[in-house]
Design a protein around this ligand. Structure first.
Ligand code: NAD
Length: 488
């Protein structure tokens, strides 16, 4: 199965409305993680290309784009939603071939299109306020919401289509401009989105795309003419971005890693909880930022839960992401495979009980790709590395607990604060735990639900700020206070 976009031609950078080669002429390969084969050649940008892209974004921001009305921007986002919807199958296939997303999983929802339409609606509803003040005399005061300016959108590889569009949509809604930097492991979808954006007839430079490695991201993060960085990636890189942003104190929003607790009380509806908890950690081969990787199960149902989750893990079809039957595709790269199998070894050395999986999957054709068997580690303890560190693979750490007070304390025993889940039929207990879990998102009797109208983000080492919702939009807006003496 091939996507029309994969026509053998090297993919270029989108700078100022033109597709250009990297100034060094260098390229890097994109690899299909299901097969280990090269599927694309991509321009490897360097600092000079970043400078050109930022300059193009600045010219657009201060020039023609600034004259677009809110209605114009709303119409552009609605048109982009239509174009993406018309091309959704090919875009999903690029995610399948480039990062290894299982094809059935990519069709689960129409979220990317809904997100564009959601942000389209906001473009005409952004406004400041008139604020009554208590000053003597006649003083009128109001606020304005203004676009932050040139934004760098630096993204991870684990959901290329959604990540690209969730960064571009608020930029267009607010009147900012952007330089998008996809991850080298999966840049093709963003580049195809760039082609589709060209059909909108935007002024050159509103959306630019530079591909390459961490050096390209770093150049954007420290660039003196970038006003904001919106970053999705690991906590370690997030820390580097905060340091790099200090030069001009640019605004920073960070969507980072997690080690999210998923708490199952003994009174939970296990029939409902088991498939959801399994999908929360094995889905997308565990390459989900809010994956529910620390599964706390109340002692009376602990052994039953471990055994039934292991049955589910063993029944999942691990295979090439293009196959309709595939539940679990590969992890994204050889480096990610080494990292995940390294953690399988660490878990064993730490003394966990391997209840399912525990190794690379290498039967038949799987040996050519980067597949890991869905793994259930039982009898995990809080202090173990497999309970503390983000593995980003299909590995569940299952921990027993005995009381509400105990689990509400232990759920917070990590540096991260992204997601969390609670399963119980006791609604009071559910709300109490949701309140005590220090994360940006909590799901009760469900996991991973999302909607463009709800914020998505983390606390602690999982990030700053949110994406989606009015809160996500505010990350792209400055507020200005205006004062007027009306008695002079
Ligand atoms: P990563 O941090 O290695 O890379 C992310 C992006 O940053 C890539 O585009 C990369 O090229 C770039 N980059 C690397 N070094 C940089 C630097 N010094 N300065 C600027 N940019 C730099 O992360 P990854 O391995 O691509 O992605 C996996 C991580 O992303 C996981 O930790 C996952 O939890 C996280 N993630 C979080 C969310 C969320 O919404 N919270 C969503 C998806 C992924």
């Amino acid at each position: 199965m091939d996507a029309p976009f994969l026509d053998g031609r090297p993919k270029r950078l989108l700078i100022g409305g033109e597709w250009v080669a990297a100034s060094s002429g260098r390229t890097f390969d994109s690899i299909n993680p299901s097969t280990g084969k090269v599927i694309g050649e991509i321009a490897d940008a360097e600092v000079a290309d970043v400078d050109a892209a930022v300059a193009a974004a600045r010219r657009a921001f201060e020039g023609p784009w600034s004259r677009f009305t809110p209605q114009d921007r709303q119409n552009i986002l609605l048109k982009l939603a239509d174009i993406i919807e018309q091309n959704i199958d090919d875009l999903r296939l690029l995610d399948v071939l480039d990062m290894g997303a299982p094809i059935r999983r990519t069709r689960r929802s129409n979220r990317v299109v809904e997100t564009l339409r959601y942000f389209a609606g906001w473009a005409t509803k952004l406004h400041g306020e008139t604020v009554p003040n208590s000053l003597p005399g006649s003083v009128f005061s109001y606020t304005l919401k203004e676009p932050v300016g040139v934004c760098a959108s630096i993204i991870a590889w684990n959901g290329p289509l959604g990540a690209t569009l969730s960064k571009i949509a608020p930029v267009l809604a607010t009147g900012c401009t952007t330089v998008v930097k996809p991850a080298p492991e999966a840049s093709l979808t963003a580049l195809r989105v760039g082609e589709l954006i060209q059909e909108l007839g935007l002024p050159p430079g509103v959306v630019n795309i530079v591909t390459g490695g961490g050096n390209v991201g770093a150049a954007l993060a420290e660039h003196p003419d970038v006003d904001k960085v919106a970053f999705t990636g690991s906590s370690a890189t997030g820390q580097k971005i905060v340091r790099a942003a200090a030069g001009n104190l640019k605004r920073v929003s960070l969507e980072l890693g997690g080690k999210s607790p998923h708490v199952i009380f003994a009174d939970a509806n296990l029939e409902a909880a088991l498939p959801v908890a399994s999908n929360a950690v094995f889905g997308n081969s565990g390459q989900v930022c809010y994956a529910g990787t620390r599964v706390f199960v109340e002692r009376p149902v602990y052994e039953e839960f471990v055994s039934r989750m292991s049955d589910i893990a063993n029944s999942l079809v691990v295979g090439n992401s293009v196959d309709e039957a595939t539940d679990i595709g590969p992890v994204v790269s050889q480096a990610q495979l080494d990292r995940v199998t390294g953690y399988l070894e660490i878990g064993r050395k730490e003394g966990v009980r391997t209840a399912a999986g525990g190794s690379r999957a290498i039967e038949g054709d799987l040996a050519h790709g980067y597949f890991v068997a869905p793994t259930v580690f039982a009898d995990v303890r809080d202090e173990m590395r497999v309970a503390q560190e983000e593995i980003f693979g299909p590995v569940a750490s299952v921990l027993p607990f005995d009381s509400f007070d105990e689990v509400s304390r232990r759920a917070n025993l990590t540096a991260f604060g992204l997601g969390g889940g609670v399963w119980t039929r006791d609604i009071g207990r559910a709300h109490a735990l949701a309140a005590s879990i220090k994360t940006g998102m909590v799901w009760i009797n469900s996991y991973g639900l999302g909607d463009p109208a709800m914020p998505h983000g983390g606390t602690k080492m999982s990030g700053w700020g949110s994406e989606y919702s009015i809160h996500g939009l505010d990350e792209y807006l400055d507020v200005k206070a205006v004062w007027i003496r009306t008695d002079v």
